[in-house]
Design a protein around this ligand. Structure first.
Ligand code: M6R
Length: 581
């Protein structure tokens, strides 16, 4: 199940509603099926919310006309209950004096709901989140807000990032984190909280990421952090040097296209990242297990191939299955690859690995994300913020890190110009996209180190075009899939002129004979002749082909998506950071 949501809270002297609306725009990647804000003022608490995206709902309901200096906002990604006005956050208790926003899943909500209903509480939504407001209402009968808050938290099973306001206590916002990210933004005479840093970057560069189990109270002039018993804890603040422009589209129609083009700019920053601690662990461990999901898994698979080619005992696992099939011990190094650093499947695999006493290397793009607190050694991707749900530049950065764990950095010195050269082929790729846009199925093949690239090309293609697609090592087609290859089916062959080319040529011929339209990404003269469309690869170090191959596949997916009228930045049913197993 996907459970995401974006939370923001503000307390200070500015108009809270304006800050919340701007922040929610930056959190839209975390969920965009419904949105709402709550503002507290002398009249009480006003909630406005509805199904839809922030731009539309905000205008229709006049969010920024709401007056007040303290408020909460929320972008929802439905888990419990359909996307609709009632299920949108914020949620009230019965008295409308307590209001909250929540990200996560409350596993025992049904039992709590029954108990509260028996005490006379009335529920207006199907969400698990609403029960927390009623729990606090019940607890507030005997306790002041902070204690009502922590006593309620103790009754919850599951995960949460929570922010709560009380109509009778307009000087504080109460927040807590367990299993879902929440960060305090420290301003001057004002304080923020949000699921992610970009939502607050307009106002401050100083942040305090909460840890699991933390509870905090924020007020205009400060914050207090404690554990769930109310015992004070110290958390370090961090200062980031990102500016908001990095999170803007920079003149491109979509974040995804900007991020594909960004690849030529930041790759040298990735190559400059410090891999020494991670490499030391890689060099000395007997056995290497790589865990990751989706796009990050494809980077992990390539890393496993590079290590295996060097004779190392390495294997890539889909993170969600790791605990069921792997057998790590204290001599195993687990390398976790996750751009967000928050993917629940990866964190669960690492929990399992920790119990087996493995060492852990974390590869992530997000400073202060959950994985950074678990890993023994960290490698930052330095790719800048990635807003498009489809991972592109972070995949490229993951590839670069994978290579740096196996080869000396110098090997990558031409990667930037390889990427730049491939980006120049956008117009011809757009023409090929026009031929593919009405396809119902597509197949991607490669061999050797091009197989993870075929997998990634296929994932990118299907997730934003909504065209069914599959990827295989070329040799596998004849073991079943060939029966699906009929006249007009697009076959995208990742066919560099390396030792795989002669065998891949055979696979291409098999599909041509059955009427497939062959699009080759190749620099092999024979394969070029056999293909209907060619995207030319440069003559480069054969180990580096994946850096060139992935760029046209990203562009192809992007343009097919746009030609089909989709929004590639926000593919249906998907979200950027998947924080529930
Ligand atoms: O944040 P992570 O790298 O752990 O995310 C893992 C996957 O959810 C992610 O790579 C997903 O497959 C991509 N967004 C697809 O483009």
């Amino acid at each position: 199940m996907i459970a995401l949501c974006g939370i923001i809270g503000y307390i200070g002297n500015q108009k809270a509603s304006e800050i919340l609306v701007k922040g929610l725009k930056h959190l839209e990647y975390r969920g965009y099926d419904s949105v709402g804000v709550a503002i507290a003022n002398e009249q009480g608490i006003d909630i406005r919310k509805d199904k839809g995206m922030i731009d539309d709902v905000s205008i229709n309901l006049g969010f920024v006309s709401m007056n007040g200096h303290i408020g909460l906002g929320h972008n929802r990604w439905a888990t419990h209950g359909a996307p609709c006005k009632e299920n949108a956050h914020p949620h009230f208790d019965c008295t409308k004096k307590i209001v909250l926003v929540h990200n996560g899943v409350i596993e025992n909500y049904l039992r709590l709901k029954e108990e509260l209903a028996a005490k006379g509480h009335r529920f207006v939504s199907d969400t698990d989140s609403e029960v927390i407001a009623h729990l606090m209402e019940e607890q507030s009968k005997t306790d002041k807000p902070f204690y009502a808050f922590i006593k309620s938290l103790k009754k919850l099973k599951g995960s949460y990032a929570l922010a709560v306001m009380f109509a009778d206590d307009k000087e504080h916002i109460y927040i807590a984190r367990k299993g879902s990210p929440l960060i305090i933004g420290v301003g001057k005479g004002e304080m923020f909280c949000a699921s992610d840093i970009p939502a607050m970057l307009n106002y401050t560069k100083t942040f305090i990421p909460l840890e699991d189990g933390d509870v905090a109270t924020i007020s205009k002039n400060g914050y207090k952090i404690s554990d769930i018993e109310g015992k004070a804890v110290e958390r370090k603040s961090i200062t980031v040097d990102w500016d908001l422009e990095m999170a803007e589209k920079g003149g491109y129609p979509h974040f995804m296209l900007k991020e594909i083009n960004d690849q030529r700019h930041f790759i040298n920053e990735t190559i400059a990242t410090d891999v020494s601690a991670a490499k030391e662990l890689v060099d000395k461990c007997d056995k290497i297990d790589i865990v990751a999901c989706g796009t990050s898994y494809h980077a992990g698979l390539l890393l496993s191939y590079l290590l295996m080619r060097k004779g190392r005992n390495a294997r890539a696992y889909i993170a969600s299955d790791y605990q069921f099939i792997a057998n790590p011990d204290e001599n195993t190094l687990v390398i976790a690859i996750t751009q967000s650093g928050e993917t629940a499947d990866v964190l669960q695999a690492l929990k399992f690995a920790k119990e087996k006493k493995t060492k852990i290397v974390g590869i992530t793009n997000i400073v202060a994300s959950s994985i950074t607190r678990i890993a023994d050694a960290l490698v930052y991707l330095n790719a800048g913020l990635e807003i498009g749900v489809a991972a592109t530049k972070t995949f490229m950065a993951q590839l670069a890190v994978a290579y740096m764990l196996v080869y000396p950095k110098e090997k990558l010195e031409n990667v930037r110009s390889i990427i730049a050269g491939m980006l120049e082929k956008e117009n011809e790729i757009k023409e090929i996209a026009a031929k593919l846009k009405d396809a119902h199925d597509a197949f991607f093949i490669g061999r050797g180190i091009s197989v993870p690239i075929a997998y990634e090309g296929s994932l990118k293609f299907k997730e934003i075009s909504y065209i069914h697609s599959e990827a295989y090592p070329g040799g596998e087609l004849k073991h079943g899939t060939l029966s699906l290859i009929v006249k007009g089916i697009p076959l995208i062959a990742i066919a560099p002129d390396d030792e795989t080319a002669p065998k891949l040529m055979g696979n291409i011929k098999e599909t041509k004979a059955r009427g497939a339209i062959v699009i080759s990404i190749t620099d092999n003269p024979e394969i070029k002749k056999e293909s209907d469309y060619v995207i030319e690869l440069p003559k480069i170090d054969k180990d580096l082909y994946p850096f060139a191959e992935i760029v046209p596949l990203q562009l192809l997916a992007y343009h097919v998506s746009v030609l089909r009228g989709n929004n590639p930045d926000k593919p249906r049913n998907l979200a950027k950071s998947v924080t529930v197993e």
